[in-house]
Design a binder for this molecule. Structure first.
Ligand SMILES: Nc1ncnc2c1ncn2[C@@H]1O[C@H](COP(=O)(O)OP(=O)(O)OP(=O)(O)O)[C@@H](O)[C@H]1O
Ligand SMILES: [Mg+2]
Length: 230
């Protein structure tokens, strides 16, 4: 069974005259890295949110391992799919960086010693150790981005969606992030990478899907078969 199946999915924002997503048909496998690329406003973020039910498709069907996401709660979906938002400011809400990274684990009932071990690892890995006690919203853009990414990846969901994870990251930090994503993919955790950053996705992605004006105009998996000119 596919991990995510989108069938004739449309999405319309009330105040937008055109459809933000139009006739999206897509199957995504769990154990793979799928990149979604496309220009500003092409619908990448909308597609990510429709996949996890934050936005309900206005037409068509979204299935998560065969189950309609429209019939699942956000908490149920959130246990299966981690989501890093495009704007980390919307995601950060704890008093310190360490609490932010450990929040999901505490919530899942992990023992304090295990939470600390995991959080310490993430702080070191994402080079955030010196900010352990700092209020996350005071950090630089790139630091906030790393906290947001760490706080999602730490929960070890079977699947993650990262919306523009490289925004604000310098070349060195991008390399560290790519290494981490490659590592978690190698142990069977799949992901969707929404990104403008072709340099970043081309070395990571097993498959690249291209959006334009709310439609899929390219899919590296369908190259030559369905007439997409990727
Ligand atoms: N809340 C909203 N209300 C109305 N229109 C919206 C809303 N959010 C997004 N849109 C519009 O929907 C379209 C798709 O937006 P979306 O954010 O999905 O694009 P994107 O590909 O992620 O762009 P970017 O590369 O800038 O992140 C755009 O035309 C945008 O203006
Ligand atoms: Mg976006």
């Amino acid at each position: 069974m596919h991990f995510l199946t989108l069938t004739q999915v449309n999405f319309h924002y009330p105040k937008l005259s055109r459809m933000a997503l139009e006739n999206i048909n897509l199957e995504i496998e769990q154990k793979s890295i799928t990149a979604i690329i496309g220009p500003n406003g092409s619908g990448k973020t909308t597609l990510g949110k429709v996949m996890i039910g934050i936005l309900q498709a206005t037409g068509g069907k979204v299935l998560l391992q065969g189950e309609p996401v429209s019939e699942m709660s956000l908490a149920q979906i959130g246990r299966r799919i981690g989501y890093v938002f495009q704007n980390p400011d919307l995601q950060l809400f704890c008093a310190t960086v360490a609490e932010e990274i450990g929040f999901g684990l505490v919530n899942q009932g992990w023992e304090p010693a295990r939470v600390k071990e995991k959080v310490d690892f993430c702080l070191e890995f994402f080079q955030l150790a010196e900010y352990r006690h700092v209020f996350p919203l005071l950090l630089s853009q790139g630091e906030k981005q790393r906290v947001a990414i760490a706080s999602v990846l730490v929960a070890e969901n079977e699947f993650v969606i990262l919306d523009e994870p490289t925004i604000g990251l310098d070349a060195y930090r991008k390399k560290i992030l790519a290494g981490y994503l490659r590592k978690i993919a190698s142990i069977g955790r799949g992901m969707v990478l929404i990104s403008h950053d072709m340099g970043f996705v081309e070395h990571l992605a097993d498959r690249v899907i291209q959006l334009e004006k709310g439609r899929i105009v390219g899919d590296s998996e369908r190259k030559g078969r369905n007439g997409y000119d990727t």
